[in-house]
Design a protein around this ligand. Structure first.
Ligand code: GLN
Length: 488
């Protein structure tokens, strides 16, 4: 069998039925990374010895009939802002370049329990701030479909890893776009669960009221399998659900006959929406109609406020979350400071990159006395209005369909000098984080230049399983599993 083109579900089955072994699977993926990641740059680190050893242990347990979990023996890549005991979690920042957390994140524990094998950690925009992975202080990641172009961000490394066939599954985090937008630009599935569905324990915080860990996969079923492994209650994250997670595969294949799909007019009339992206997303909606869904035109008028609201709330939270990186509590420490204030400021000056500094300054400003009411409090009120928009929409429809990104993957360097242009990449995705609802990006074709395009589906809070069902039905109707990028 060709291991690196098999889905995670297919690979898990083959390992369980002893058509292959986890060791062979891990070796095949590591081999592909070794040959090709030089031109993609998806990984910051791989763990060949440990991964092979863990794979052998899983194989031994499978031989004894012990390890039967749905991901037993399957390789997974993990974004480098998620803690794994003893491994650096750099957030692609000089600030954390040498720090290895002494504990596992909740999701890392869950992966271990499921028998999944972590093969390496992936590149991101520094502290997950960005839309192209160009803000990484470590390296550039390139889009596997066109290496002149960016893979999206901030989880660009995880998306590129799945699209390039370096791992069948990966974890990312999504504060405003970061699983869906890179998935859309790289041609794989990226899922942001309902806020609280997956514990954030051990995810290095960016915007705590927005951050969610989520899966990357080549198929919706694979994403559902990974969700089964990582979701559910965890008392170490007070915002995490108290309810047992559903089985995300249970009703996955039930179809969408009679399901109401809302099409928000505003999302298709914005300036800057690429005509090819628009056409492919409309075509996808037609496909869902042909599958028996009812298409309902709806209005989400608060769309135009999403980007400014997010960039106030996310930066406010980031400025507070990143205050701990001062060279004393955490992070890089400057050498030979003149005094304690100098130590803090030099450590932060040296440790953080330009985008992170910009956001800390913006966030500190909107929280400062005199501006707090005018910016931060007002943004919180607008956030509520955005959430209300969705609540009214979900009285009429089950799922909302929209584009993910206004354009396909852009060229390396094209937007890196223009933060506002970069921020507009998130126009269609940010509202889901502000409203705490689940949202997914599913491949829906490619542009005339061969660049992937994603369809976004958004669902009601904690109805993640229904959302995955809709995405699955669409994916099956198209009849194709997204290909792995040919890397030569
Ligand atoms: N692009 C958005 C930002 O820069 C979202 C990033 C994310 O989801 N982590 O903040």
């Amino acid at each position: 069998m060709d291991i690196t083109t098999t889905t995670a579900a297919g690979l898990a089955k083959a390992i369980k039925e002893k058509q292959t072994t986890s060791r062979e699977a891990v070796a095949a993926y590591l081999g592909r990374i070794e040959s090709h990641d030089g031109k993609i740059g998806a990984f910051l680190n791989t763990y060949p010895e440990e991964a092979l050893k863990n794979a052998e242990e899983v194989d031994a347990r499978i031989a004894k009939g012990e390890a039967t979990g749905p991901l037993a023996g399957v390789p997974v890549a993990v974004k480098d802002n998620i803690c794994i005991k003893g491994k650096t979690a750099t957030c692609s920042s000089k600030m954390l370049a040498e720090v290895a957390p002494p504990y596992d994140s909740h999701v890392a524990e869950q992966l271990r329990k499921a028998g999944a094998i972590v093969i390496g950690k992936t590149n991101l925009d520094e502290f997950a701030m960005g839309s192209s992975t160009e803000n990484s202080a470590m390296k550039l990641t390139r889009n596997p479909w066109d290496t002149q172009r960016i893979p999206g961000g901030s989880s660009g490394g995880s998306a590129a890893a799945v699209a390039a066939g370096f791992a069948p599954l990966a974890l990312g985090s999504d504060t405003g776009a970061s699983t869906r937008q890179p998935a859309s630009l790289c041609g794989c599935v990226g899922f942001k669960p309902t806020y609280g569905m997956v514990s954030r324990w051990g995810l290095i915080a960016f915007g705590s009221s927005l951050d969610q860990i989520g899966p990357f996969a080549r198929t919706v079923e694979d994403a559902a399998l990974l969700m089964n492994a990582i979701s559910g209650p965890d008392r170490r994250d007070s915002t995490c659900t108290k309810n047992a997670a559903p089985d995300f595969t249970a009703n996955l294949k039930d179809g969408i006959n009679g399901m109401k799909i809302g099409v928000p007019t505003e999302y298709f009339n914005t300036d800057g929406l690429d005509s090819e992206v628009r056409a492919k997303v409309m075509e996808a909606i037609e496909t869902m109609k042909a599958e028996g869904a009812e298409i309902v035109e709806i209005s989400l008028p608060m769309l135009e406020y999403a980007v400014p609201t997010y960039y106030i709330i996310a930066t406010a939270e980031a400025s507070s979350n990143l205050a701990r990186f001062d060279g004393v509590h955490y992070g890089h420490r400057a050498e030979e400071p003149g005094n304690i204030i100098d130590l803090f400021s030099k450590s932060r000056e040296e440790g953080f990159g330009a985008e992170v500094k910009r956001r800390i300054m913006l966030g500190t400003y909107v929280l400062s006395a005199g501006y707090y009411d005018a910016y931060y409090l007002r943004a919180l009120r607008v956030r509520q209005r955005i959430a209300d928009d969705f609540s009214s929409a979900f009285k009429k429809v089950d799922v909302i369909a929209a584009p993910v990104s206004p354009c396909t993957a852009f060229k390396v360097g094209e937007k890196s000098q223009d933060p506002l242009a970069m921020y507009l990449s998130d126009i269609y995705t940010i509202s889901a984080n502000l409203a705490a609802i689940p949202a997914i990006s599913v491949p829906c074709g490619s542009s005339s230049q061969g660049l992937p395009i994603g369809l976004q589906l958004m669902g009601e809070r904690f109805r993640d399983a229904d959302l995955l069902k809709a995405a699955y039905a669409y994916e099956q109707a198209t009849g194709t599993i997204p290909q792995i990028a040919p890397l030569g």
